[in-house]
Design a protein around this ligand. Sequence first.
Ligand code: URA
Length: 270
Amino acid sequence: MAEVDVNKVVRQHAEMDGFFTGFAIRGKTAAPNDSAPVAAVSSANASSPIPILASNPQSAIRNPQSSSSDAAAELEAVAGEARQCRKCQLGSTRTNCVPGEGHPRARIMFVGEAPGADEDAQGRPFVGRAGQLLDKIIAACGLQREEVFIGNILKCRPPENREPRPDEIVNCLPYLQRQIEAINPDVIVALGGHAAKTLLNTIKGITQLRGQFQEYYTGIGRPPIKLMATFHPAYLLRNYSEQNRRYVWEDMKKVLAELGLPIPERSKGG
Ligand code: URA
């Protein structure tokens, strides 16, 4: 087993706390359970997929008046099929399938690469250290995790967190495509190069792709969905640089502006 560099882990935690905390909207500190009117909670794992209606006109939940039950039912169906899936070897090496979770009418959909060890153990996306940092980024945006949808290109963990293989991506991508079509988000945030390259069908790197909106096509004749690529939280943890964090924050501010959502500012002393 690889040796854990305890000092590095402690330093990373301190660094994580530093950059994405202390943001506020209208004098209110943005924190995980502290954002304005709580919208809805629903997940691919939830027993009741029907969301509560959001009351905030600047909501991160899309079109709260329309029925969400179709989207929720499709997300449940996708999750059920992914859990049964044995199209590639990952279906037998995984502990739990990680279909993704979040609001069926989320206006923002985060897409990562593949589950890691913590996600594999819990069957939930982004719950390890990269997930904790993603939670901080979401909270810095003045949002709650339950207001967005979080998924991955691969629904099962590659052993030893190795990179996804092309055949695995080809087999697994239809699940994500169906989730995107069901949710129909206003913006997809692709976390890292793998997610961005896969969704945009390009060989361009994340440094080239991030920072401006790209277009994700769900099909001929359908309007594209805006896609913002940004650095993966795991990359931020591995390669500490304040500039990289700043880039992610700049990317997220563009997403909030696109959605007409308030952009939190760093409060004094934050
Ligand atoms: N990294 C990912 O890309 N996805 C997860 O769910 C967790 C870590």
